[in-house]
Design a protein around this ligand. Structure first.
Ligand code: GLN
Ligand code: ZN
Length: 755
């Protein structure tokens, strides 16, 4: 019998029950017991659901109140010493202290889990870090599952991945030095799991899909040999990219099975099938855990049948990775267009597909004939649907030439024209786009959405907001204005809703971090812009002032990265379609008299593939998409872009190749170190390095900002330098926003005097 298993189930609950429970607990509306009861109910529901679907090995240990890496830190008792919580604190207090900080201690750092939009809590290591078995939570959950008649497969973050993803908080020390102690704690954990009569442990080592330094790889065999023994059987689990570079090493590893991702890296199967050890399971991640499309079952069955002919019952069928990255249940979507819905599968549907495939393998193709037919039919309608395929868009894409991604003249000439045209002072001051989204604005938007407010009343309310914002910017004394983005709930959704080719769900939530969830739109078809999306708002703002108002758009790469993207054509093509839609908007803005247009690309860096060998290809199409979006304008028109993170070092040539006239970036938290990269590379165009952090209500000193700007001026020409905050101000309140911006303008004026 070929078995099915799941690598992890979404933990937020089909209706975000976990979010509600956590936030009620943090507000002290419910107590710890109530929180734990609700968490337990979610776990039970998930397990029983998977059992009903017919999954053979059901994950236990994939649930977490905040984050699975933090669970591992808690299990190992590796709480950083700086969280000295005293005698009173409960384990749960300690857990949330690490996740969210305390009045005296900032939270542990949070960062992106590989190239997903999930964020994990970064472990902190120093020489004193000790590992024990410090929590019974995992063992309790195993017992809980068993009491329900579930046969658990326990999920653990592997020791190398756990160490790798952490950071050292002490100099002259390498976290790999902690490995022997860590392994000894893992041995104890595994022994306790075995004592609970658990057969299998899924031990996740996703770092194997990265370009790993040799020292990490060297430790792999040693580490797993030391975990071998009378514990449960181990399934070494990899995902998110290929691990075939290490195929021989992995096949020889002292584990009882391997899991590989065949969705992100289908080509790696052959390397593993050849001479696969007779004593190991091979689990194939054949159903995509990172996207929302229904599988091509007959294609998947073909691949699996080949594997079955070589492996027999040593083959397992699984999703490519944990379903954490996928919404819960498509059946909850009652408003979605039925045709689009027929092409989709969320977690529940994906697990169904897995059991169908296993039945096909175990009982023969005939046993799943009707499922194969319905999958083939979905594939067929997707191939031909007019909703997806727009000949006008496709023809336009074919007509694109080099000229379309090229401004007329190089930057130095454009810069002169723009200077003459705008007559801005040196060190012009501006903001990144959004102004505080007050409760009133949110209320107006919600009322309009629900149909409680007429279109005209809504327009008037938003226009009133724009008037207010223009007035405030005049008072503050900024040089380049924005309209404030009050009409936008989200920078991708806002545009997605105005483009053909995008669908939206009611319950398609995915955990981002802790209680925070996102609902990525679904990019299913050729992208087509039926009419202008922003021109009315921006023109209205411009009509109120003589200062230039920047048009504000989201760039093609960010539109793509923050959506579920179609899998029936390469990303590069979808990006170009988005680029064309944005290009049309840029040209419409220019025609309406808007002289400066900002195209935000905050997700540009996160689109980088995990493996460096794939970077060039990505950067090529990503840069081209931006250039096509931006290059349709006159040279006098100033194109801005914005990116909000650090780490530009390795991609600066690509950033420069985007050829935006002005780029604004986040720099204040890194104290302008970031700018070094721009200087080293001699970045030629204009730059606005953020002079203050917008993540806290703290009002920066004029003096602080002056110092940052002076530091910037040591390296770049005054003509190149813009003055702005790190990012948009939508999460801030008005009082601190006004105070901070006034000081920022003051700092720029002081510095101008000196130049
Ligand atoms: N223009 C957007 C804003 O100001 C940019 C947001 C972002 O960079 N994430 O909110
Ligand atoms: Zn930003």
């Amino acid at each position: 019998m070929i078995l099915t298993h799941n690598l992890g189930f979404p933990r937020i609950g089909a209706r975000r029950e976990l979010k509600q429970a956590l936030e009620s607990f943090w507000r002290q509306d419910i107590d710890e017991q109530q929180l734990q009861d609700r968490a337990k109910a979610i776990r039970e529901e998930n397990w029983l659901l998977q059992k009903r679907i017919g999954i053979d090995l059901i994950p236990v240990g994939d649930f977490s109140l905040y984050d699975h890496m933090l669970n591992m830190t808690t299990l190992l008792g590796a709480i950083p010493a700086r969280f000295d919580l005293g005698q009173q604190a409960t384990p749960l207090d300690a857990y949330f202290a690490m996740a969210r900080g305390t009045p005296n201690q900032p939270a542990m750092e949070m960062t992106k889990w590989f190239n997903t939009n999930y964020h994990y809590i970064v472990p902190e290591f120093d020489r004193q870090t000790q590992f024990t078995v410090a929590s019974t939570q995992l063992f309790d959950e195993i017992a809980e599952a068993q009491a329900l008649g579930i046969s658990p497969k326990v999920v653990l973050v592997g020791p190398l991945t756990y160490l790798f993803l952490g950071k050292e908080t002490e100099a002259n020390f390498h976290r790999l030095d902690l490995l022997p102690h860590l392994l000894s704690a893992y041995r104890t954990i595994l022994a306790r799991i075995a004592a609970l009569d658990v057969q299998w442990v899924q031990i996740d080592e996703p770092i194997l899909a990265l370009d790993l330094e040799e020292i990490w790889l060297e430790k792999l065999s040693e580490a797993y040999s030391s975990l071998q023994g009378n514990g449960p059987r181990l399934l070494l689990t990899t995902y998110f990219d290929a691990v075939d570079d290490h195929a021989e090493r992995l096949k020889a590893l002292a584990v009882d099975g391997l899991h590989i991702d065949l969705c992100r890296a289908p080509h790696q199967l052959d390397r593993f099938l050849t001479d696969y050890p007779v004593d190991k399971i091979l689990s194939l991640g054949i159903i995509d855990g990172r996207n929302v499309w229904r599988a091509d079952l007959s294609q998947a069955l073909k691949t699996l049948t080949t594997a079955q002919s070589m492996l027999g019952d040593r083959l397992w069928v699984a999703p490519s990775c944990s379903l954490l990255h996928c919404p819960v249940d498509l059946d909850l979507e009652t408003q979605l267009d039925p045709e689009i819905k027929s092409w989709l599968a969320f977690s529940v549907q994906k697990l169904n597909e897995i059991t169908i495939l296993a039945r096909g393998l175990n009982q023969g193709k005939a046993a799943i004939q009707s499922s194969l037919e319905s999958s083939a039919q979905a594939k067929q309608t997707r191939l031909n649907s007019k909703r997806i395929h727009n000949p006008v868009v496709q023809a336009r894409l074919k007509r694109l030439t080099q000229r379309d991604s090229q401004r007329h003249q190089p930057f130095p000439q454009r810069q002169l024209l723009q200077q003459q045209h705008f007559q801005l002072p040196l060190l012009p001051t501006t903001t990144i786009g959004s102004f505080p989204q007050t409760p009133e604005i949110r209320k107006v938007r919600a009322a309009f959405r629900k149909g409680q407010l007429s279109h005209l009343d809504y327009l008037e309310a938003m226009r009133a907001e724009i008037r207010e914002i223009i007035k405030k910017q005049e008072e503050i004394g900024l040089d380049v204005f924005v309209h404030g983005e009050a009409e936008r709930n989200d920078m991708v959704e806002y545009f997605g809703e105005q483009l053909w080719g995008y669908a939206f769900t009611d319950h398609g939530w995915v955990q981002s971090y802790g209680s925070r969830c996102v609902k990525p739109p679904i990019l299913y078809g050729d992208i087509y812009r039926p009419e202008a999306m922003t021109v009315n708002w921006i023109s209205y703002a411009q009509s109120l002032t003589h200062k230039p108002v920047k048009g504000m758009l989201t760039g093609p790469v960010t539109m793509l990265m923050w959506s579920f993207v179609r899998d029936d054509q390469p990303y590069s093509e979808t990006a170009l379609q988005l680029a064309l839609a944005i290009r049309d908007e840029v040209i419409d803005l220019e025609q309406a008299g808007i002289g400066m247009i900002q195209i935000d690309e905050p997700a540009f860096r996160e689109g980088l593939p995990l493996k460096r060998s794939a970077w060039d290809e990505y950067l090529q199409w990503a840069v081209r998409a931006f250039r096509i979006a931006s290059a349709g304008v006159k040279d006098e028109t100033q194109i801005h872009t914005h990116m909000c993170y650090s780490e530009f070092n390795d991609i600066l040539p690509a950033i420069a190749a985007m050829d935006a006239d002005v780029i604004t970036i986040e720099t204040s938290r890194s104290r302008m170190e970031l700018l070094d990269a721009f200087v080293r590379f001699a970045y030629p165009n204009e730059i606005g390095p953020g002079v203050y952090d917008i993540h806290s209500p703290r009002i920066p000193d004029t003096h602080e900002m002056l110092m940052l700007l002076e530091k910037a001026l040591q390296h770049i020409q005054p003509r190149q330098l813009w003055v702005n905050p790190d990012c948009g101000l939508k999460t801030r309140g008005w009082p601190e926003t006004q105070a901070a911006l006034k000081k920022m303008v003051h700092a720029a004026r002081i510095l101008r005097e000196r130049l």
